[in-house]
Design a protein around this ligand. Structure first.
Ligand code: ZN
Length: 132
């Protein structure tokens, strides 16, 4: 088997698309979802296919890229045969209490939230602490 070359679109994050509001309504009682925010006016993709099984890692070998409106998982370096494909989830806009990361890499941030979301949560926690 050959390695996957850096820059190769490996797998598409595909599935039905609808609004974040509709997703909230559909999955309000569901603990696990495979929603992917496209960054396009609150649109989400309800993952259906291989890409939904890719795990988060703080030192990933892929990143997601919007190519002509389609979301692809693209190799950010050469990937050896048999190596697990991973990308940064950069979770945001989530009601989840936590999204701890246990990827175990040297660069592990301990969370699957985006940097912005980590800051937003810290601000919120400080405000709540100030009220108490
Ligand atoms: Zn990690």
């Amino acid at each position: 088997m050959l390695p996957i070359e850096k820059g190769t679109p490996v797998v598409e994050y595909d599935g039905p698309r609808f609004s974040k509001d509709e997703a909230d309504e559909r999955y309000k009682d569901r603990f696990i979802t495979y929603l992917f925010s496209t960054g396009n006016g609150g649109e989400v993709i309800d993952g259906f296919g291989t890409a939904m099984f890719l795990n988060h890692c703080c030192e990933p070998n892929c990143e997601t890229e919007n190519i002509d409106g389609r979301i692809w998982v693209v190799a950010t370096r050469d990937i050896a045969p048999g190596e697990e494909l991973t990308y940064e989830y950069n979770l945001h806009d989530s009601d989840d209490d936590d999204a701890d990361c246990y990827c175990g890499t040297a660069k592990c941030r301990g969370t699957m939230f985006s940097d912005d979301e980590v800051k937003r949560r810290a601000r919120k926690a400080r405000k709540q602490a100030a009220k108490a």
